[in-house]
Design a protein around this ligand. Sequence first.
Ligand code: KIV
Length: 304
Amino acid sequence: MSTQISPFSKIATERKKVTTLTLKHKKQRAQAISMLTAYDYPTALALDQAGIDAILVGDSLGMVVLGYPNTLSVTMEDMLHHCKAVSRGAKTALLVGDMPFMSYQVSAQEALRNAGRFLQEAGMDAVKLEGGIERLEAIRLITAAGIPVMGHIGLTPQSIHQLGGFRSQGRSGVEARRLLEDAFALQMAGCFSLVLESIPSRLAEMISEKLDIPTIGIGAGAGCDGQVLVTHDLLGLFERFTPRFVKKYANLHNQMVEAFIQYIEDVQCHRFPAAEHSLDIPEEEWQEFIKDYHLAERSIPIAF
Ligand code: KIV
């Protein structure tokens, strides 16, 4: 089974490293920014080869890889472990590590220390954290240390209990105004980019027009400067639920189940392994081995 890789991938492998400056220039030139999540080496390698601009090692890891009901249980150690794998696979895309719940909320100092670990230990180029004006102190401190920060407003999954669930945001005039203020405040505090999640398209478009930094939308319409999706949603690898804003490009869960069923049948029917999957020993080596074995069997079997 051989799969052709698009000739575009050649361009991708010859690309220069994507930086925060690259994203800024893309916004200035009205070129859309592409971003997807990855949590492991092979996915990072494939995304880099495909030519993605940025990879987010999202704390969605908790839901789509680790099987938790939400992102709240994800720890710094979980994140660093997966960030390391991604940074071994992707050499060109901008790598953004998602700061997990309670790694930046307690104090700005702790936020800075944890943000530093993403770059120092896990090979990330930047960090992302959720929240608006309540995060300004932490963001100022982190960016002052030379660590690029991506903000994230709208539906912020680490606050689902406060939001009353995975609910879209910014659908009243008051909420829309608060989000616009948050967006400006995050830009002022030094964020290089901003994720807008599950907010009305018109509001996302307006925020994107007003800000100098690029916005990356997820469920925020076509007016953002870029788009991000959870890769497991796009590939049809996460079956628990699929948000309305996801476009599925494959159904790998079904393909996996199909492949596993075939493997089980092949094993049960002795179709696998076939000769081409098996090793052989040269005939003369085998004959010698058999001769020795029979000799040993006749004299002192234990010595063989
Ligand atoms: O964790 C994640 O994957 C995210 C994206 C949904 C933006 O934060």
